[in-house]
Design a protein around this ligand. Structure first.
Ligand SMILES: NC(=O)c1ccc[n+]([C@@H]2O[C@H](COP(=O)([O-])OP(=O)(O)OC[C@H]3O[C@@H](n4cnc5c(N)ncnc54)[C@H](OP(=O)(O)O)[C@@H]3O)[C@@H](O)[C@H]2O)c1
Length: 248
């Protein structure tokens, strides 16, 4: 449908899972896509294949999202190569869990550095370009547990709650400049991050999904594509649940 034809997009954490599928969906809709990962070279082959398949540019950038200087250099590279940035998807994230008595400072720091501080930093960098353009769409990945909380996930839930509130705050500040900021709040999505909880827990969790199935990365990528596109041109400051009616 060419929903994103010619739009320059940056998506973080695209080696697998939701990020990888979002790169594919954006390319399918005609976007020029920059995807990131931190393992040098790991995106080269899949991105070349996507570029050929969808007749567009799908380009890798290698950096850790917590490295502020590397993140800045990556955004500057996009500016130099394309002259603009239309869409930022802050997808990179980690889920590290422990019961309350076992949470230590290292765990808190790691989760917040990636899930929150890096997201704020990327919004700062991208919005500088978008303000000059007077347009842009920023999409963050919160979670159902960021709204409802989950036992054994105090730190991860708090980080995703922060993503929801920073999304609303950024929308209030940036919408006068024509920049929309939204988030998605996925439930249980069939990726490595979720499957790390183990088969037994996956079955237990599945029983809480009224639709009776896990979400797939494409279920999330489709909503992100809508938020990136002009179909959502008057939608900002929203946190859109993608959970098949899951009871946390
Ligand atoms: N799956 C779910 O059920 C679910 C539900 C709600 C929200 N989410 C959120 O959705 C987002 C994507 O999750 P996913 O399930 O697709 O996870 P995933 O399969 O683990 O993929 C996450 C990607 O982010 C990359 N990444 C992690 N830390 C990074 C860093 N510091 N710098 C650069 N890249 C980094 C990973 O790279 P490596 O492969 O090299 O580690 C990986 O490619 C996350 O923000 C997650 O919290 C997921």
């Amino acid at each position: 449908m060419d929903l994103l034809k010619g739009k320059v997009c940056l998506i973080t954490g695209t080696g697998k899972g939701i990020g990888a599928e979002t790169v594919r969906r954006f390319a399918e809709e005609g976007a020029i896509v920059y995807g990131t990962d931190f393992i040098d070279g790991c995106l080269d082959r899949p991105f070349n294949e996507l570029s050929e398949r969808y007749k567009t540019s799908v380009l890798p950038l290698y950096f850790d999202v917590t490295d502020e200087n590397a993140a800045k250099a990556a955004v500057m590279k996009i500016k130099k190569e394309q002259g603009r940035l239309d869409v930022l998807v802050n997808n990179a994230g980690i889920m590290k869990d422990n019961i309350i008595g076992m949470i230590n400072h290292d765990l808190m720091q790691k989760v917040f550095e990636i899930n929150v501080f890096a997201v704020i930093n990327m919004i700062q960098l991208a919005s500088k370009l978008m303000i000059k353009q007077k347009s842009g769409s920023i999409i963050n990945i919160s979670s159902i547990v960021g709204v409802d909380g989950a036992a054994g996930q105090m730190v991860y839930s708090a980080s995703k709650g922060a993503v929801a509130s920073l999304t609303k705050a950024a929308s209030k500040e940036l919408s006068p400049n024509g920049i929309r900021v939204n988030a998605v709040a996925p439930g249980l999505i069939n990726t490595d991050l979720f499957r790390a909880i183990g088969e037994k827990k996956i079955e237990e969790n599945l029983a809480r999904v009224k639709m009776g199935r896990l979400g797939e990365p494409i279920d999330v990528a489709n909503v992100i594509t809508f938020l990136a596109s002009d179909l959502s041109s008057y939608v900002t400051g929203e946190i859109i649940g993608i959970d098949g009616e899951t009871q946390v």
